[in-house]
Design a protein around this ligand. Structure first.
Ligand SMILES: [Zn+2]
Length: 294
């Protein structure tokens, strides 16, 4: 991580000493009383939640002026912000113009996200398209490396977080995102724990498996990584091929209670973004469950 200002250094030090998890929604809570991101941030605070992810999934639909206003509101309310980059990203695309468009979509998300005060950009890095996974890993790594350099050059202070994805056809297994974070150093990853469960058709749903995963992260990236985690979580419907669609937690088999217990036991810190269809209801359920754990 590189520090461009004293403020970002201080923020980083605060992060290091911050323990525990923050909870928020993927996008604007459904019960927001006012339109737009500002109404969403106000509702997050009102509900007693802590974070929100800006969903740029169909395109970066925010200009620099609005992003600056969002940052002012975010700071006042004390809400942690992150960004989800557009779905139309594939660093393994055959066509050069598609790869270039993917770079631009990440750069736009990062630029606007940083102006809005977001700490990370989450994205799905690409599809295998029938290529061997080892080859795709190298292709994707080669495409992401210059983006990190571009962000540094332009002094855009935000962490790239390739996401652990839910389908076997999508690049982004736990091993792949961990290896990217380890080898590219200045990036991290988004740990979508429901995707991990769906990608492996129902595995990773017990405390023993969760403990193993935490150990693996600690071994690959060091203990510091566990103090700056970014999670996605929801109920999930899956088949043998992986993710089908998101569900509310009560309609799914996802063992969120044990997952939260393992995070608490291992003193994992960071943000949990809830992607259930009912957004804030499950985000609050997760927060209440976490807070009630001894
Ligand atoms: Zn995602």
């Amino acid at each position: 991580m590189i520090f461009y200002s004293l403020t970002s250094l201080i923020f980083y030090i605060i992060l290091l000493f911050m323990t525990g998890l923050l909870f928020g929604t993927a996008g604007i809570p459904r019960s927001a009383k006012k339109d737009g991101v500002l109404g969403g941030l106000a509702r997050i605070k009102e509900l007693g939640l802590d974070a929100m992810e800006l969903e740029f999934v169909r395109g970066v639909n925010m200009g620099p002026d609005q992003a600056r206003l969002v940052n002012i509101a975010r700071k006042e309310l004390g809400v942690r912000l992150s960004v989800h980059a557009p779905y139309f990203i594939n660093f393994n695309a055959r066509e050069k113009y598609k790869r270039t468009a993917s770079v631009n979509r990440i750069m736009d998300s990062a630029r606007i996200g940083a102006l809005a005060g977001a700490t990370g950009v989450v994205f799905h890095a690409g599809f295998y398209l029938g290529d061997p996974a080892k080859k795709v890993y190298q292709v994707i790594k080669k495409e992401i490396r210059p983006i990190i350099q571009q962000l540094k050059r332009k002094k855009i202070n935000i962490t790239l977080r390739p996401e652990l994805t839910g389908k076997a056809s999508q690049f982004g297994s736990l091993d792949e995102v961990l290896r990217l974070a380890k080898e590219l150093k200045d990036i991290s990853f988004c740990f979508d724990v429901s995707h991990l469960h769906a990608r492996h058709a129902g595995k990773y749903n017990t405390a023993v498996e969760y403990e193993r995963v935490i150990k693996k992260i600690r071994r690959s990236l060091g203990v510091r990584a566990l103090s700056q985690m970014h999670f996605h979580l929801s109920g999930i419907h899956y088949t043998a091929k992986g993710e089908r669609n998101h569900l509310n937690l009560k309609d799914s088999d996802f063992n969120y209670r044990d997952w939260l217990k393992v995070l608490k036991r291992n003193q994992v810190s960071g943000v949990v973004i809830c992607e259930s269809p009912n957004l804030e209801d499950d985000a609050l359920l997760l927060k209440k469950t976490y807070m009630s754990l001894k």
